[in-house]
Structures are given as C-alpha cells and as structure tokens.
Design a protein around this ligand. Sequence first.
Ligand code: PAF
Length: 292
Amino acid sequence: MERVQSASGMRRRADALRCGGRRLVLVPTMGGLHRGHLALIRAAQKQGDHVTVSIFVNPTQFAPGEDYADYPTDLDRDCMLLEETGAVDTVFAPTVDELYPTGAARQAMWVQSELLTRHLCGPHRQGHFRGVLTVVTKLFSCCRPHVALFGLKDAQQYILLKRLVAELLLDVVILGHETVREPDGLALSSRNAYLSRTDRAQAVVLSRSVTAARRAILNGERRVTVIEALMQRIIRQAPSARLEYAEVVSTADLQPLEALLPGTEVLAAVAARFGKARLIDNQFVTVPAARA
Ligand code: PAF
C-alpha cells in the first residue's frame, strides 16, 4: 500500500495505472474510519483492480461553527486499518495546500447546485454541499477513477454526485453502498464518537423513524404529511434529540412531495442533534402500486 500526498504525484500514478490498463476505484473519505468505510472498501475491491482511498478533512464543507477543528483525525491509525484490509493499493492523503493551492478561504471557483440543496441538509449546513461537490471534483481530477463509491447514509450527497457526473459529463461511475448499522439500527458515522452514553441509547430513534416511514409507505400510506408526522413523533420520543428535519422528497430532484405516486422512488430522511453530534439517517423507498 502506497501513501501519496501530492496532487501531481497522485495524478502521475493514476495516469500510469490507466495506461497499464488498470481499472481504478476510488473511495473518498475524511478519515475517522469505521466499519462502514471498511465495507465500502471491500465493495470497491469488486469494482476494479486498483483501490485508492482518499483521506482528507475538507475545510470548505464545514459551515462556520461546525466541527472542523474537532473532526476525528488519526492518519496513522486509519492507514493501519486500511493496510489490514489487504484491499487498498493507494492512500491519497493530501494537505489542504495541495487541494486548495490558492488557499481554502480564497478559492474563487466552485461546483454547486441550488436546486438540489434547497431541502434536507442544504438549508441547515450553509455551503456544505458546495464544499463537497468542489472537493470531490478535485479528487476525481487527481485520482482519475473509473468508479467511485459513496455511502448511502449521505443520501443527498450521493444524489448530488450522481447529477454532478451526469451533467458535467465526467467520465466516472458513481456507486452507492448501503448503510452499515449497529445491531440496534444506529447508522455508523464518525460523529457517533461524540455521543454520550445517554445520547447513544436515544439516537436509535433516527433509524426507527425512517424504518417506520418505509413500512408506512410499503403498507399503502400515500400522505406525505402523515409520514413526516410519524417520523417526528418517533424522534421526539428521545428527550435529548433536537430535531432538524423529517422529510419525504423525491430522489429524482430532492424536492418535497404532496402525495406519493406508485412506481416512484422517494427518500424518507431525518436529521437531529444529540449534544454536539449532528446525525442523519434515511431510507430509499419505491412506492408500491396501489392495492386492488
Ligand atoms: O462523505 C464524506 O466523507 C465526504 O463528504 C467526502 C465525500 C469524502 C468529501 O469530503
């Protein structure tokens, strides 16, 4: 496993591998690796024959007052975990200066979407998706992957990235990987490390709420207001949860829906804060045909 720090070094390596006919797979991360990342990496191995994991805590996707300074980072521990998988060929761990040559605060060129960030996390995390879309574009430019894998827990990010490559004609396939969960349903996240014992026990309401929404839709509920109220009710069962949103949107354009049309795919998504941890969860659901 090779560790690469410079953008130009990464690009040279990727170009040489491509010339040698290798199929390159990229798993972008911000480090703080957990079992969810390791599942992504195992899935990546099946998609090609050279796996690169990038580790970069991207300053531009943290809104002012968010946890950029506290974000769990331990590059040596992460590299050890990656080495142990035996599945990773390259770790790309650039510095901020490598990815933002004019400085993160002075960046003048951004990739962004107004339409797809109007709902869910968009209004609650100013500039977040602009930072994600911009850094992922940079990572693609350095790592030149044929395929890139992202966790579906970050559903809005995944949908944005699919549109990014479709609309900017980028030559990379985006694949989503199903959310890895604790036995009680809590989605794995680097930010779970911030949870106190009490909050950890209560955070299970997130997965319960989206699972209940999924069940309601599959059982024939078509009224979005009823499904959203159901998710809110479940989250409010946790006294320490501060609900940010509980929404059902279309997966095509992340816009709110009035009613659910059979055959369409929707996303039931929630976000809540527990102490300083801001956690999200979701379920993708295809609305079944109405019963006869
Ligand atoms: O999902 C993440 O960890 C980050 O948003 C990503 C895609 C690595 C970009 O910094």
